[in-house]
Design a binder for this molecule. Structure first.
Ligand SMILES: [Zn+2]
Length: 88
């Protein structure tokens, strides 16, 4: 099995995750080899640079319960965006 990075929750199954690298959502099962973002132009690591969609959506209730692939869901709506994530 893959080694855990030590922090962050690794999503499982068909759970949607939101990628803070490209601001898009994808299903956990669609992650690329090594746990990289599903989108080929983004190399953010799932589990470290993703937020489970339900958690993200809770903080952004105007976003749908089930996101669309390829669509950006930026956290720039003026709400506070504080989920304990360290940015780089
Ligand atoms: Zn991404």
């Amino acid at each position: 099995m893959m080694k855990s990075a030590g922090h962050g929750k690794r999503p499982s199954g068909t759970e949607w995750v939101w990628c803070m690298g490209c601001l898009r959502a994808y299903r956990a099962t669609e992650a690329r080899r090594g746990g990289l973002c599903s989108y080929s132009n983004c190399d953010a690591l799932m589990g470290e640079l993703t937020i489970p969609w339900p958690e993200y959506q809770t903080n952004h209730p105007h976003y749908p319960a089930e996101p669309e692939r390829g669509k950006e869901y930026p956290p720039n709506d003026g709400e506070s965006f504080c989920l304990g994530i360290s940015t780089f």
